[in-house]
Design a protein. Sequence first.
Length: 299
Amino acid sequence: MKRVALTLGPLFFHWPAERLRNFYFRIADEAALERVHVGEVVCGKRMPFSDPIWPEIIERLERGGKQVVLSTLAAPATVRERKAIAELCADDRLVEINDITALPARSGRPFVTGPFLNVYNEATARFLARHGATTICPPVELSLETVSAIAGACPQIEFELFAFGRLPLALSGRCYHARLHGLHKDSCQFTCEQDPDGLAVDTLDDQSFLAINGVQTLSAEVHAALFEPDTLLRHGIGRLRLSPHDCDMVEVARTYRYMLDGTQDSETARFALSCLELPGRLVDGYARGEAGSRPHISA
């Protein structure tokens, strides 16, 4: 049976350089992953802090046998940010496109699409494939059945399911962290660094609702799509994406790898994940075609 691959997606949160270095060095040496994304996708203002350290991280990851993908901004807002995207798209490594305006700079060469692109049907997937897309990670709200229908019509493309982490829901021109601290976006003082997994937002009834991460809105809960490997392959899924969080991501990758290799079932994997220090409870509603905040309930 074909082996389902594992990817570590791009980090959404603003971590200090030393934390980035330690995190990715451990991923390089210990994590059961075939592919690792690096780069800023949420806020271009963070790039001067992380850009100097990426070359060292990339070298360590490649030495550890990981394929490195260069992720690009999902909502570029300035000339500088668009220039940075164009420079990344010129690289010989595989690139992840998260905004359609990056396509002209990469068209004709292989690329990955992230969940920020609106790939909701077969026609869009075929269009991206004609321009060089080799892997598509569809938007997180699509169910496994919907992704399967798109994948079935585009057998030349590898489909990747967003399988772990707070769900990336939206990006805004407004910085929620700056507003929360009484600051303007242009002088935000990078307060988002205080929340390494984002900041949970509750309703007036004290129910978990969303999480904020600078200009980004995420789910408050932690999405965990745990499907057996034969189910994934039958639905045209050849790869799962794990989103980095401030927990033991080596153990998260190990848990998914055990499940995909058939050494433990999905319920055992779910229990193992629930034992980790996660920012929210485990849910998987979207993957099953239900409300995104709905947890899995065993029969």
